[in-house]
Write a protein of this length. Structure first.
Length: 109
């Protein structure tokens, strides 16, 4: 982990059936302005892994509130509404079905 990174965060997200191909496409073609906002908010690294219909997101961030600020930004809201909305599973409150994971072990040599 980079010396400037202070927090590791991981999440599991639920995709709708059959949405994986489109989800991968959009993340391979992510909007440049969203990439810039990710950088500005201190999100140093993000990796996505799939076990359809689940997406595992691992990140290294510089500030504990980095993700919150990104999710509240206009560009991320637009990305969510225009691109991600048809692919994600939502709960009764209209929130993406997701779970933040708690780290139980880490090794860094």
């Amino acid at each position: 982990m980079s010396k400037n990174v202070v927090v590791r965060k991981a999440y599991v997200l639920s995709l709708r059936d059959g949405a994986l191909k489109e989800y991968v496409h959009w993340h391979q073609n992510i909007w440049p302005e969203l990439l810039q906002k990710i950088k500005e908010e201190g999100i140093a690294e993000v990796s996505l892994y799939e076990a359809a219909p689940l997406i595992f997101l691992y990140s290294e961030i510089r500030d504990p509130d980095s993700w919150k600020r990104l999710w509240e930004s206009e560009i991320h809201k637009r990305w969510g509404e225009e691109i991600m909305s048809p692919m994600m599973e939502y709960d009764a409150d209209g929130l993406v079905i997701s779970q933040e994971l708690n780290e139980i072990w880490h090794l860094e040599n």
